[in-house]
Design a protein. Structure first.
Length: 217
């Protein structure tokens, strides 16, 4: 996102506020043991989706909670520290500081990566002058691995199963971020996408990468 005083920050706040609402919804669903959302076959705009014939490994059982410290996406050359983020006074989830564009934010009041549920990791796509940590996120492919180094010394390995781009005009937050299978440990990597509309102070879309736990080292 651009790091201007009002432009990028406004859209970030709107996006994180949507995520906050979802965390309440997910908490209710997981606690109550209700059914899951089925995996979407198409997004509002499909960036990659899940091509037919792509073999994916079986899920690994969820593990105990441990704070994420580092994220790696080898296929994209991403290696980044992960910092916990809370809520702003407005109630929106805090994005990583604009002074730390190569840092990923984890919603610390939600699920930890590797534990049962859906963990949220957010990052900027760009700044006013250069690409940021999730600039190339939409190019990741199903079957790619994501490594999360955790505070207990373990590395949780996730496999990407779906990549989608959702436009902000017809954005369905539950479809984009809701759990695919509440019995699994799932992960979402989220950033802005599309074009930046300065008049609306918003990007035209969001990239949502969905992955699930397949190994723990």
């Amino acid at each position: 996102m651009p790091s201007g005083t009002g432009t990028g920050r406004l859209f970030m706040g709107v996006t994180w506020a949507l995520l906050l609402v979802l965390m309440w919804l997910w908490g209710k669903e997981v606690t109550a043991g209700q059914g899951s959302l089925s995996a979407p076959t198409t997004g509002d705009v499909a960036a990659v989706g899940r091509p037919r014939g792509v073999p994916l490994p079986p899920p690994h059982r969820p593990v105990e909670s441990a704070r994420p410290q580092r994220l790696e996406v080898p296929s994209l050359g991403i290696t980044a520290p992960v910092v916990p983020r809370g809520l702003e006074e407005s109630g929106a989830i805090e994005a990583p500081p604009y002074e730390m564009p190569q840092t990923v934010g984890w919603y610390a009041a939600g699920t930890t990566p590797g534990a049962r549920g859906t963990a949220l990791l957010v990052g900027h796509a760009d700044t006013e002058s250069k690409p940021a940590v999730f600039h190339g996120l939409s190019s990741v492919r199903p079957g790619a691995v994501v490594h999360i180094g955790r505070a207990d010394g373990s590395v949780a390995e996730f496999t990407v199963e779906d990549v989608r781009v959702f436009s902000r005009h017809t954005f369905d937050a539950h479809l984009a971020y809701g759990p695919r299978d509440p019995s699994r440990a799932e992960l979402r990597l989220i950033t802005c996408a599309g074009t930046f509309d300065r008049a609306a102070s918003a990007y035209s879309a969001n990239v949502v990468v969905s992955a699930y736990l397949t190994a723990v080292h």
